[in-house]
Write a protein that binds this ligand. Sequence first.
Ligand code: UDP
Length: 352
Amino acid sequence: MKILILGVNGFIGNSLVKRIMDTTDWEVYGMDLSCHKLSHSLANPRFKYIEGDISINKEWIEYHVKKCDVVLPLVAIATPKAYVERPLEVFGIDFEENLKVIRYCVKYRKRVIFPSTSEVYGMCTDPEFDEEKSQLVLGPIHKQRWIYSCSKQLMDRVIWAYGAQQKLQFTLIRPFNWIGPKLDDIDSALEGSSRVVTQFIINLVKREPINLVDGGSQKRCFTYVEDGIDCLMEIIKNSDNRCDGQIFNIGAPANECSVKELAERLLGLFQAHPDHAHDPVYSDIIGTSHQDYYGKDYEDILYRRPSIQKARDILGWEPRTSLDDALKYTLDFFLEEIKAMGDDAKVQPRCA
Ligand code: UDP
């Protein structure tokens, strides 16, 4: 099988390539702006990497959509700070540029696996969000946070319509707060624009206060990336075409915890780490408002818990990694990476 992955250097893309190289004989063609997360696979002859921007390198993309069996357009801006600070860029990349890729898939009749998002459920009040039945509930237009959710939802609808009207072969996946090694770049975390787990880890390393937005009672279900990749691999294999036209939540409902509890658990793991057990001081956990932290255009989601019945029934998939293990593996990775970077924290490794 030949697979095209756009955004191959991202958190999901790099983990997926590693798994494919380790466990299959598939070939992967990948494009991204850089390759610093891909050192595990760059030397593999079954992995062809090219540095490029999906908004510029259209001919390469069209040629490779034609050449491959499955397309995963993973390029997206997916951090809440960006939704409120750069909403037009979020729409431009997450919707407009990806739509061109979807249209190539329609043109060449190629299977596409598109990353929707758990954010599409927004402020849904169902106890568990269901792919078929849950309402997608977004806030007012001036709350610009919702542009990401709305862009992804529109793409879900466009893909669905291409499936219905033009027989596009597709699967939509909805990751629920995946975490693990390489979740975010250290630089973005240093600027305060990464996802919560990376942010708290950087706060701990820098002995800065950990900020609980609006008290930290909001909850998320943190899913270990390797569990998510197990599910994604089954979707790519697509035995008996069982994933065609399906939407799958991919999350770990058993790993639900509040942001406050997350901060406490990470602090505990950090204090227990051999390199930090005797640190003279540790970060304080303090409160802040969403206005101060993200600005007035932000609105939070109080809980986000998936129903994963569909992935269980159709794929026989079950997340296996506990919250504490997932946090420990993620923390250990970042502590090692920061140690290895030393004074060169800003230097990116060069591509092969
Ligand atoms: N959050 C927080 N402090 C931080 C960063 C994030 O309290 O330093 C909260 C944020 O308000 C949200 C949750 O943590 O409720 C998860 O944020 P993340 O950026 O990971 O994205 P989300 O799950 O909202 O998409």
